[in-house]
Design a binder for this molecule. Structure first.
Ligand code: BES
Ligand code: MN
Ligand code: ZN
Length: 538
């Protein structure tokens, strides 16, 4: 299989902004003007949100009644037919006819999206907004439509600038998620990829002048986020015979050519000299050489301490000598999703032009059984000096992370967040809804929780008490690498905690959230939205 490097182009969806004249939505005349200027844009579909209230009981209310005049009664007919009821996240697609054209309407379709029972002064909750936007983008994607026009004020209602920013950023994120296809960016790959790009590839956010600044910023941020997510998804979805540790390293080096990011790779000699005995013990069972990747985004002052992300990069986890059962073992190609999310977040940092210093660190190797592999019972020495008794070679994530967590002390970090598909126990505890968050730092806990809400990429706080450390006692070394079945995700986090005493730290266990199994198998790009929103709020 040819191991081409990763290509960052083409963008799968393009976002832009269209600014309309300021509109007083209390004036029918203003509404008419705004709607006719909207409808005169060339686009495959104009998307408008409306409430039950605006739909009216017997006759249409404003602004649907003004729009209906432009659309030659199409809305009233749809309402009479029962196609339009205003329920939250209900959709109704109207198609243009000759009468529309005669009135100067150039959009080919109008997609009316119900916002539910919203009062005149009410705002949409972000979760409702997301539900509604998802349904709308699903209707747009995969068919004949190429472009769409999203009328921001019809969804934003009375949102303040901050809420508006979050809504539009989230809309871009969700449109990106809907239009993502694997393989579109791997044109040079030797195998034939199944997916073609989504025909829907252009989304214009139309808004009035007073909100244009916030919307433009949000669109820019959303676009940067989508690119980071797409990179993370692609890397996660690539097969493990292509996405090897060296492929990840090459991808990072490829980023240097297209961005201002700086990349450094440690050689095996350097890793040995640093004393990364724990990381190297995991790598030793594989033919594939391990890689240690450092990616820098220097958007802040040189003196400013960096935010550091550390991502688990096991490109395939067989379990090693403590071999995993065969069922669904293919999914262990996703064991590098922590690394992929760090890489994606670093790309987003660059595209955002983020004015902060951020460093991404990726220890990456395969976990394979072989004559050279670690045995259960082996004792290794970590870079921190602590010795580790490896009682189960399948608890390898913590073994590669602990050395990376010691390595990053040199950056004098503002904080360190590690991201890892670390434990099956976390999947049992939290499923695919929340990522597990472990931290003793109240500031990090609050910031991550809020960033999770803003991006729908949520976290749930888990304990990290000293009492759980008991389970990691070893008779022969400083610490054992497993703590038994009870509280498996907590003891894994407690193991990592022993290597993070020199800085503020949070650990994210993304084993349940980084990919979906079953028929819709694939990488989710999480937690790139969480991390990007976290950085944007700093
Ligand atoms: N990569 C796995 C964790 C995992 C398992 C993620 C299933 C997603 C789905 C990790 O390396 C692992 O194997 N952890 C073991 C730890 C155990 C041996 C203490 C686990 O969770 O079973
Ligand atoms: Mn494992
Ligand atoms: Zn693993």
């Amino acid at each position: 299989m040819e191991k081409t490097t990763y290509s960052l182009i083409p963008m799968q969806i393009q976002f832009s902004t269209k600014i309309l004249p300021e509109t007083d939505f209390a004036s029918a005349q203003h509404i008419k003007l705004a709607l006719s200027s909207l409808a005169s844009q060339t686009s495959d579909c104009l998307i408008l949100g409306y409430t039950k209230n605006e739909l009216g009981k017997k006759t249409l209310g404003s602004p649907l009644v003004e729009l209906d005049a432009l659309l030659n009664g199409a809305i009233a007919r749809a309402k009479a037919a029962g196609d339009l009821d205003g329920k939250e996240a209900s959709i109704c697609l109207l198609r243009a006819d000759d009468a529309w054209q005669k009135k100067g309407v150039k959009v080919k379709r109008v997609l009316l999206v119900g916002l539910g029972d919203l009062g005149v002064k009410d705002n949409l909750a972000l979760t409702s907004f997301a539900k509604i936007a998802k349904v709308a983008f699903k209707a747009l994607s995969g068919g004949a439509m190429h472009s769409a026009l999203w009328f921001v004020p019809s969804f934003a209602r009375h949102a303040d600038a901050d809420m508006l920013l979050k809504q539009v950023r989230l809309a871009a994120q969700l449109a990106g998620e809907q239009t993502y296809r694997f393989g579109v960016r791997q044109p040079a790959m030797k195998f034939k990829v199944k997916d073609l790009a989504d025909p829907f590839h252009q989304l214009v956010f139309a808004t009035v002048k007073s909100s244009s600044k916030a919307v433009q910023l949000a669109v820019q941020q959303g676009a940067a986020l989508v690119e980071g997510m797409n990179l993370a998804k692609d890397l996660g979805n690539l097969p493990p015979n292509v996405c090897t540790p060296s492929y990840l390293a090459k991808t990072a080096q490829g980023l240097v050519k297209q961005t201002k990011l700086k990349v450094e790779l440690l050689t095996r000699k350097q890793m040995e000299a640093l004393g990364m005995g724990s990381f190297l013990s995991v790598a030793q069972g594989s033919e594939a050489p391990p890689q240690f990747i450092i990616i820098r985004h220097s958007g802040g002052k040189a003196s400013e301490s960096p935010m550091v992300f550390v991502g688990k990069g096991i490109t395939f986890d067989t379990g090693g000598i403590s071999l995993k059962p065969g069922e669904a073992m293919d999914e262990m190609k996703y064991d590098m999703c922590g690394a992929a999310s760090v890489m994606g977040t670093m790309l987003s940092c660059d595209l955002l032009g983020l004015k902060q210093n951020v460093i991404g660190v990726i220890p990456t190797c395969e976990n394979m059984p072989s004559g050279r592999a670690t045995r259960p019972g082996d004792i290794v020495k970590s870079m921190s000096g602590q010795t580790i008794e490896i009682l189960n070679t399948d608890a390898e994530g913590r073994l590669i992370l602990c050395d990376a967590l010691t390595y990053v002390e040199r950056f004098k970090p503002k904080a360190v967040i590690d991201i890892a598909t670390l434990t099956g126990a976390c999947v049992i505890a939290l499923g695919a809804v929340h990522s597990g968050m472990f931290s003793d730092d109240a500031g990090l806990v609050d910031a991550l929780t809020e960033a999770g809400h803003d991006s729908l990429d949520t976290v749930w706080r888990m304990p990290l008490d000293a009492a759980y450390q008991e389970q990691l006692k070893s008779n022969f070394a400083d610490v054992a690498n497993i703590g038994g079945r009870p509280a498996g995700s907590v003891t894994a986090a407690c193991f990592l905690k022993r290597f993070t005493e020199k800085y503020k730290w949070a650990h994210l266990d993304i084993a349940g959230t980084a990919w979906k199994g079953g028929a819709a198998k694939g990488s989710t790009g999480r937690p790139v939205p969480l991390l990007v929103n976290f950085l944007l709020a700093q």
